[in-house]
Write a protein that binds this ligand. Structure first.
Ligand code: PMP
Length: 355
């Protein structure tokens, strides 16, 4: 019998975020800012010290130390990953058994469902309210009814850009027996993190990434923060050399420059504000054609009956944003990029003449 792929991977396609080349890329929630020159220099000096013939430090000691300083958490509670994406996969493969139930929300980050399927766990999606806010009571109730083993969601949320306040997240974690994986990939843009209290819970793992606010998407660095028991388990199950030495050095350089990074976050938030305000004006002009959601992130989320055509129109004008069924997700870009995208959106909506 010829070899054949198993059922769980037979129909999978390699991840391909977008086909084609576009002048303006606002589809992946990256930072539009290059890493500051001072940090690049610091990194070059660190690279000169690397013993390339040696394996990396398995615990990424320096990187977790500076991460700890940056956020005021103990480094013994931190595990580094090859992007937070890798950590999601590690958590799912280690903390779940085949057939376990994982609760996530709808809409939320699509990779949760994907990794759940790879480990043959069952993914249950709790729908959000009509306005895309989270009904925490419903999540708690479903977690109990379904005997969920893990609850995973992003806060603030990708793609909705909405945030759930700290008090509500605490209430959720305390009310369930399941392991809660709280993905704070975009929390550098908001102020409701639970990082500093991660140690107090026996069922909480918080994920962070350097790919968004710190402009390090190319380098792949993420972190998991949890109490010592959970941290030991994560460190034990990850692959030993998951974060390469170059990434560790780059991460250490970036995270040791808090002032510069704080400045970068302010710039990114200002860019988001510009984009948001530009689109707000369009929402006032075309109230039947779009709805803009409040944003706690570096991107905005728009509901529209014209999502497909609108997306196509932007691509035809060399602007890539993310098309998601009845929605568009647009990352904040440079002032010029924001101006262009808002102008094109206005052009599209005027052309529709829908309102
Ligand atoms: N979580 C969320 C909510 C995300 O949006 C992303 C990136 N799109 C990730 C995790 C993964 O980030 P990375 O692997 O770059 O750290």
């Amino acid at each position: 019998m010829p070899y054949s792929l198993n059922e769980k991977i037979r129909d999978l396609k390699p991840y391909d975020p977008i086909e084609g080349n576009y002048q303006i890329r606002l589809d992946a929630n990256e930072s539009f800012l290059p890493v500051p020159g001072e940090i690049v220099e610091q990194f070059h000096a660190a690279v000169d010290q690397i013993a390339f013939q040696r394996y990396p430090d398995p615990l990424a000691g320096k990187a977790i130390e500076v991460f700890g300083h940056y956020y005021g958490v103990k480094s013994r509670l931190v595990t580094a990953g090859n992007g937070s994406d890798e950590l999601i996969q590690v958590l799912m493969s280690a903390f779940l058994m085949k057939g376990d139930r994982v609760l996530t929300l709808s809409h939320d980050f699509s990779m949760y469902r994907f990794y759940t399927s790879i480990v043959e766990a069952e993914c249950i999606e709790v729908p959000k309210n009509e306005d895309l806010t989270v009904n925490v009571d419903k999540v708690i109730e479903t977690a109990h009814a379904q005997q969920a083993h893990m609850i995973i969601f992003s806060n603030p949320c990708n793609p909705t850009s909405l945030g759930l306040c700290r008090e509500e997240v605490r209430r959720l974690i305390s009310a369930v027996d399941a392991l809660v994986v709280l993905d704070e990939a975009y929390m550098d843009f908001w102020d409701q993190s639970l990082l500093q209290e991660a140690e107090e819970y026996d069922n909480l793992i918080i994920l962070r990434t350097c790919s968004k606010a710190f402009g390090m998407a190319a380098v792949r660095l993420g972190f998991a923060v949890a109490n010592p028991v959970l941290t030991n388990a994560i460190r034990a199950v990850k692959s030993p050399y998951n974060v390469n030495t170059v990434t560790q050095a780059f991460g250490a350089a970036v995270l040791s420059q808090k002032e510069l990074m704080d400045k970068a976050v302010i710039t990114l938030l200002y860019a988001k504000k510009e984009l948001f305000e530009g689109l707000c004006q369009l929402e006032e002009m075309f109230p039947n054609s779009m709805r803009l959601y409040q944003s706690c992130t570096n991107f905005v989320f728009v509901a529209t009956p014209y999502a497909k055509e609108w997306h196509r129109f932007l691509l035809d004008n060399s602007v890539a944003v993310r098309y998601m069924g009845d929605y568009l997700r647009i990352t904040a870009g440079s002032p010029q990029e924001n101006e262009t995208v808002v102008r094109l959106c206005r052009e599209f909506l005027s052309g529709k003449g829908a309102d």
